[in-house]
Unconditional design. Structure first.
Length: 241
């Protein structure tokens, strides 16, 4: 899902990995139907998925939206419709054999994930980032290009680690926290807060309303576009959308 820059990155990963044959995209904007994105057609909107499953024989998808909350929300909706959520892992990414992965994960070119890390559902590990041993990346988080995560770091759900940031060992990044580009984090980061600088200092801390993560995500859906690469598998794989 996502016909913008991130969606095109994910499409390129899928094409290079050759694990799936990409049939096209879906998008919440019906005016895009029939257009082509990097050679692949926009086949319709979300409500067209059941029809596309019948016509194309596809049953899996991946959500390629950069916004953490929106990505998780649409992943849930597509899963509830009975489609399998696949991962997109670039062939040049390097993952230790002991790494455990959820679903709907994007791991971009040159990313390095070391021993005994756990990567949760709907996580983005972007270009050239490093996640060192025994780190936990919770669902819906985004580790941006060139970020460096040391060993035994715990990144909670929905957190955003900016381009080129460094997080030293055994630090916890709270849920929905933002680490600014180039920051060096040497202490725990509170949930819902923003830290920047070297060393990182808090510049903003949101006040929790008591709403759950799912409630917050639900409020954001209508403002975002919905686009999804649809895949049907190559020989030897189940068909996917």
């Amino acid at each position: 899902m996502g016909a913008g820059g991130h969606g095109r990155v994910v499409l390129d990963i899928l094409m290079r990995s050759a694990a799936h044959q990409v049939a096209g995209f879906i998008d919440s904007d019906p005016s895009l139907t029939g257009r082509r994105m990097d050679g692949k057609p926009v086949l319709g909107v979300l409500d067209d998925l059941p029809t596309l499953r019948k016509e194309l024989g596809v049953d899996a998808a991946i959500v390629a939206i950069g916004d953490n909350g929106i990505r998780r929300a649409f992943a849930d909706r597509i899963s509830e419709m009975g489609f399998v959520l696949i991962n997109a892992i670039h062939p040049s990414a390097n993952l230790a054999q002991s790494v455990s992965l959820g679903s709907n994960i994007v791991i971009a070119a040159g990313a390095l994930v070391c021993a005994h890390c756990h990567i949760g559902d709907s996580v983005i590990l972007n270009t050239g980032c490093i996640v060192d041993h025994e780190s936990m990346i919770a669902p819906g988080s985004h580790v941006c290009p060139g970020a460096r995560i040391a060993g035994r770091v715990n990144i909670q759900a929905g957190a955003f680690i900016g381009i080129g940031a460094t997080v030293i060992q055994s630090v916890q990044i709270g849920h929905h926290a933002i680490v600014g580009a180039g920051a060096v984090v040497i202490d725990d980061v509170s949930p819902l807060s923003t830290v920047v600088g070297v060393p990182a200092r808090t510049t903003h801390r949101a006040v929790s309303t008591g709403a759950t993560d799912r409630e917050v995500v639900g409020d954001q859906i209508s403002a975002q576009e919905l686009v999804a690469p649809l895949m049907h598998a190559t020989a030897g794989h189940s068909r996917s959308v």
